[in-house]
Design a protein around this ligand. Structure first.
Ligand SMILES: *Cc1c(COP(=O)(O)O)cnc(C)c1O
Length: 496
């Protein structure tokens, strides 16, 4: 990093010690200055050294503002986004994000603060972070929280490192983490990154964790279990209290994958179900644009006994009513630079205030109502593998269309693009053949959800071999997705 004609080297320190990041600033002809990340470095333009200034004009390619605006406006019209219409991508929760939350995150008092600014100059930011942390602990039924992890998967790894630290503090070496066969792909990946072996338990004919199969794999090597509840079939694990008791019985911990908290907000809480560690995706549940819309946030909340291990520093309210940074006693160390994606945190906090407690409950009620309505409407047109009331999403199967017309879930997804909607998630969860995982979300109107359902029914009724050519009306036709990922060739297309 270059600052004012000089150089700055940062030495981020990971680990348990309390040492803050050290910055070293140096400029030609000046002695180096060292800063701790709590101090606000002071430098000004007069430190610029003339010899370092560029004297020749730079030969950068140029485009007029008119052409640039035209280019990006044309591209934006070819794009499909949450601001344009329904985006029923199950598990990913692509709901509409209120513009007010963007406005809050753009306030200069929040957006222009340097992350190295000391606590006494950033009391407002700290108050916001403490307030957000308290609210998230309340909705999850947990006691303490870290706001550092920048995504759901980062939260999962943080949770597993907490699990490991806790077991080690009890003098135990445990090797296995259990996950159900319906789990999100990040779960087994995080288990591996966390240094554990994955043990998979099957789902039963109801689409829920098979309790007997779970009990059969529980032993003293089990560090814990990772569950999503409702699971990725959109179904609520009815035996969660028994599952929690069985896992705790062998000394294991329960990890809640709370990526899709919009299913239960204000209705039930992971803490009340018996979970010890919860990550949540603020970018799915609490109105933070994601998936190309910006960075996310995956805070991790824990029960009392795990609080001392959280990544630090955490924002705290001190005895005299002011705010400060504090590193928990047995902290596993930092999991992210600075304080996480703070502007995503500001969006989430404004969304919580905007809705209030009752409003958050209505979020869950709307999400569940819309998803159940979709499943009921699709009955008879698509197969419904686990035909029971679902939560925020429903999983149907194109197995019937494949058998009758050779039309697969992928073809249905591509046909839906022609109908003016984004596709649902396909081929996930893995245990459902030709899966279409539909999450209408709570932000779509009854008219929009009805139009989505009508389009899906039209596709099923008109299914034919020709669907393999879909989409025929989009700017880009069907691509070879595997090859596109392996041989990415970005190009600039200025055609009007
Ligand atoms: C999205 C999701 C994740 C991963 O979250 P990222 O922010 O994409 O890393 C994990 N579990 C479930 C159930 C999810 O839906």
């Amino acid at each position: 990093m270059t600052i004012a004609g000089g150089r700055a080297t940062s030495i981020p320190l990971m680990g348990r010690d309390e040492e803050p990041t050290i910055f070293e600033l140096s400029a030609p002809g000046r002695s180096a200055a060292r800063f701790r990340d709590q101090d606000l470095p002071e430098w000004s333009a007069h430190e610029l050294v003339p010899a370092d200034l560029v004297s020749e004009p730079l030969h950068l390619s140029e485009a007029s503002e008119r052409d640039v605006v035209g280019h990006f406006t044309r591209l934006s019209h070819r794009q499909y986004s949450v601001d344009l219409g329904a985006y029923p991508l199950g598990s990913c929760t692509m709901k509409y994000n209120p513009k007010l939350c963007d406005d809050v995150a753009s306030l200069p008092g929040l957006a222009n603060v340097h992350p190295a600014a000391p606590a006494h100059l950033t009391q407002g930011w700290l108050e916001l972070l403490v307030g957000l942390g308290d609210a998230l602990c309340e909705v999850t039924g947990m006691k303490a929280i870290t706001l550092q992890p920048p995504a759901g998967a980062a939260g999962e790894l943080t949770g597993l490192l907490l699990m490991r630290a806790w077991h080690e503090a009890q003098g135990r070496q445990r090797t296995k983490v259990i996950i159900p066969d319906s789990a999100h792909g990040t779960n087994p990946a995080s288990v591996t990154l966390g240094g554990y072996d994955t043990v998979t338990v099957p789902s039963d004919e109801r689409g829920l964790v098979d309790l007997e199969a779970l009990k059969a794999v529980l032993d003293e090597d089990v560090a814990g279990i990772m569950l999503t509840n409702p699971n990725t079939l959109g179904l609520f694990e009815e035996e969660i209290v028994e599952i929690a008791a069985a896992v705790h019985e062998v000394g294991g911990l329960l990890y809640y994958d709370g990526a899709n908290l919009n299913a239960i907000l204000g209705v039930t809480r992971p803490g009340d179900m018996g979970f010890d560690i919860v990550h949540m995706n603020l970018h799915k549940t609490f109105a933070v644009p994601h998936g190309g819309g910006g960075p996310g946030a995956g805070p991790v909340a824990v029960s009392e006994r795990l609080a001392a291990y959280l990544p630090g520093p955490v924002p705290v309210r001190t005895g005299d009513g002011t705010y400060a940074w504090s590193t928990p006693e047995r902290s596993i160390g930092r999991v992210h630079g600075w304080h996480g994606n703070t502007l995503a945190l500001a969006r989430a906090w404004s969304y919580i205030l905007l809705n209030g407690g009752d409003g958050l409950r209505r979020v869950a009620e709307g999400a569940v109502l819309n998803a159940n309505w979709v499943r009921e409407q699709l009955r008879g047109h698509y197969d419904i593998p686990f035909d029971r009331p679902n939560m925020h999403e429903c999983v149907v199967s194109a197995r019937n269309l494949k058998k009758a017309h050779g039309v697969k879930a992928l073809d249905v997804a591509k046909r839906l693009l022609e109908e003016g909607f984004h596709s649902p998630t396909v081929y996930f969860p893995l245990i459902v053949e030709e899966a279409l995982m539909i999450e209408p979300t709570e932000t779509e109107s009854p008219q929009t959800v009805a139009a989505l359902v009508e389009a899906l029914i039209r596709i099923a009724e008109g299914a034919s071999e020709a669907d393999r050519e879909a989409p025929r009306t989009t700017p880009v036709r069907r691509v070879d997705e595997a090859r596109a990922a392996r041989q990415l060739i970005p190009t600039f297309d200025a055609r009007p």
